[in-house]
Design a protein around this ligand. Sequence first.
Ligand code: GDP
Length: 430
Amino acid sequence: MANVVVVGAQWGDEGKGKIVDWLSERADVIARFQGGHNAGHTLVIDGEVFKLSLLPSGIVRGGKLSVIGNGVVLDPWHLESEIKGLRSQGVEITPDTLMIAENTPLILPIHGELDRAREAQISVAKIGTTGRGIGPAYEDKVGRRSVRVADLADDATLELRVDRALVHHDALRRGLGLEPVDRADLVAKLRAIAPTLLEYAAPVWKVLNEKRKAGKRILFEGAQGALLDIDFGTYPFVTSSNVIAGQAATGTGIGPGSIDFVLGIVKAYTTRVGEGPFPAELDDADGQRLGERGHEFGTVTGRKRRCGWFDAVLVRQTCATSGVNGIAFTKLDVLDGFDTLKICVGYELDGERVDYLPTAADHQARCTPIYEEMPGWHESTEGARSWADLPANAIKYVRRVEELIDCPVALLSTSPEREDTILVTDPFAD
Ligand code: GDP
């Protein structure tokens, strides 16, 4: 049986929700391995809308095990409210259907406060955090001062962990002009939430390895996109965790050899939210049109996403760093009706051609895209379910993308509807 990792191969918003939903129906176990409650999937199942931001997509489907791996940072109060909301919609959540790794670091209220206090102070190029404390929680993990799920089981350990965190946080807060942390209140809050969390706590690494040996299908559900990876993204305009496929192993406790297929989700053009380099960005009518046809507005903020042509250089790079075996190519239908399409095939940097995004910020800023033009199509591809439904020029576009990124298309998505998908290679096939 195959285990599949799904990663966004651009800057997020590639349409992972639909693909993960499609795959999770076929999986036995669905595991999250990084990020926090900023994932934001909307699933529509039999007409009912479910909103998830922390729990894996499998939670809304009966008979599956959903797992939160140690690579995630977990806000216990958010978890409680997400579980409550889903239960009110009739979703059954029990320790048999949800497991949380005991070694998962917690997001505490002080992390969100720190996020917001820092964003208010920084005057140079904001990173644009969601203010949910995810970054500060990861900092504490690496700083070895996290409170982790297992610590909630023992009062003495819990207090020790809190004290360790507060030495650091109180010093920081003084510098930011915030009041010291109310220790007693924090400990009381953690004690109160402890039973809710401990109910689901499990040695996830062990459970996953047993499931794997029993031939179960495991789907590792990535959040955000590979260009936001803390190491391989456009630093510092990145998220605070590793996003690339290797994180599925370290973020849950399975060996890298247990991953059989990496599916990269790739949108037929490029978008980016917030600050940071974006060589193929369009500031013209074509960019406007991509944004409008693709509904490229932030789900929470309503803020317009930056749009550009497909950048094959970036996707070739993320396919390499994640070891992508096949891509799910989404939103092809958004390209319907353009006379000409452009694909970024390289960059010009100081008169030289480069075939990857350099790391140095000043080099990135000086990279100008080199485009290849292709004829567009005027027929509709929306809802196509087989290659025969696609215009010849659309097929040519897809084929050229495959060549340029050096990776085949496994799935092609032609509308937000689940069934409007062309299956080329089943990632779960043996
Ligand atoms: P994520 O952040 O990667 O999970 O992206 P989302 O799942 O939020 O997807 C972004 C939006 O694209 C959602 O509104 C989807 O319904 C929509 N979407 C996904 N695939 C397609 C597609 O093939 N065509 C069109 N037109 N919309 C799609």
